[in-house]
Design a protein around this ligand. Structure first.
Ligand code: AMP
Ligand code: GLY
Length: 340
């Protein structure tokens, strides 16, 4: 089959590299890709949904996979589906699980999925009043919208919290992503990422991984989109993974189906393993970066086939197999990151 991956980063390179090894795959394309991928994929310098759709239709692409969340929250999956073109990734409605933190939190509350206690605010005075009545610091302030993993402030004091809320609601930080804010309880524990194959009904987790978010060694400096990852994450024992399936993964799949926007594609559960058990930090509607670069080398099967099963709603657990061992990746970033 012919496979197309949309995106240009390390995550997309890992996807292309693994897809190129699928026994069922004959051709691999990247839009737009980057020069480092030219040994595994044909690079197609296109952008814009229309051009991507035309390419997939004309080339008779059998499977398209989206890397970044933006094309998903913009509804590219719906456009592919409308033309009968197989696409691995959620609909616009389902992608709100990442696109709006308020939406995701409300869904988790409704279906009793463990996560940090929270409130959503659009009114600055109400948010400030809430913070003045709060006695527990640190507290977490999140811009409600896509901010490339950088719209989160862990405020150590009331003053810092109020400043962050004002900044986000008045639109100084994180661009347009800050029109409403989520203020939530700080969860103590170790983090782990669980990426999952989903077909709208069934969910099969991949090996766990752990992303390291601080810019400097020894967990110092500001949070980034991730400076490196390894898989599997030792904190995610078999027993813990079973608990995650029962309390988090199956309930969220069932909830999204029941609400009328079943999730197909890769669901990313960012978890905090607390003394009270696993809790959701966030859901993403796509593969993680840099987690994917550590997870996919351990995948042992026909990735394109598994993705097509997700598209067609007949995901089979037996087809998702893993190698023993572990993998690690390290990110090189420009000086100044995560600033400009
Ligand atoms: P998010 O964009 O929601 O994944 O948040 C980015 C990072 O902020 C997470 O990976 C955590 O390290 C941290 N974080 C977010 N929410 C919380 C929370 N409620 N408690 C503790 N840490 C958090
Ligand atoms: N590694 C964090 C993310 O992909 O959002």
């Amino acid at each position: 089959m012919k496979v197309l991956v949309i995106g240009s980063g390390g995550r997309e390179h890992a996807l292309l590299w693994r897809l190129a090894q699928s026994p069922s795959v004959t051709e691999v394309y990247a839009i737009p890709g980057n020069d480092g991928m030219s040994n595994v994929a044909h690079l197609i310098p296109l952008k814009g949904h229309e051009d991507i759709l035309d390419f997939a239709r004309l080339m008779k692409v059998d499977l398209t996979v989206a890397g970044p969340e933006t094309v998903l929250t913009e509804g590219l999956a719906d456009e592919f589906e409308a033309q009968g073109l197989p696409f691995f990734g959620p609909s616009k409605a389902a992608a709100r699980i990442e696109g709006s933190k308020g939406f995701a939190k409300n869904l988790m509350k409704k279906y009793d999925i463990p996560t940090a206690a929270y409130e959503v605010f659009t009114d600055e005075d109400k948010a400030v009043e809430y913070l003045k009545n709060n006695r527990k610091y640190p507290i977490v302030i999140k811009a409600d919208g896509l901010a490339a993993g950088k719209g989160v402030i862990i405020a150590q004091s009331e003053e810092e919290a109020i400043d962050s809320v004002k900044d986000m609601l008045e639109g100084h930080s994180f661009g347009g992503a800050g029109r409403s804010v989520v203020i939530e309880e700080f969860m103590e524990g170790e983090e782990a990422s669980v990426l999952c194959f989903c077909d709208g009904t069934h969910v099969v987790p991949m090996v766990s991984s752990q992303d390291h978010k601080r810019i400097f060694d020894n967990d110092k400096g500001p949070n980034t989109g991730g400076m490196g990852a390894y898989a599997p994450a030792p904190v995610m024992t078999d027993e813990m993974m079973d608990e995650v399936k029962v309390k988090i993964l199956r309930p969220i799949m069932a909830a999204m189906k029941k609400e009328g926007y079943p999730f197909k594609g890769c669901l990313y559960a960012g978890l905090m393993i607390t003394d009270e058990g696993p809790k959701v930090v966030e859901f993403n509607c796509r593969f993680g970066d840099p987690e994917t670069e550590a997870v996919l080398p351990l995948f042992d099967g026909d990735l394109a086939q598994v993705m097509l099963e997700c598209v067609h709603g007949n995901l089979k657990k037996e087809d998702v197999k893993w190698k023993k061992g572990c993998a690690v990746d390290v990110v090189m970033a420009s000086e100044g990151y995560p600033g400009s």
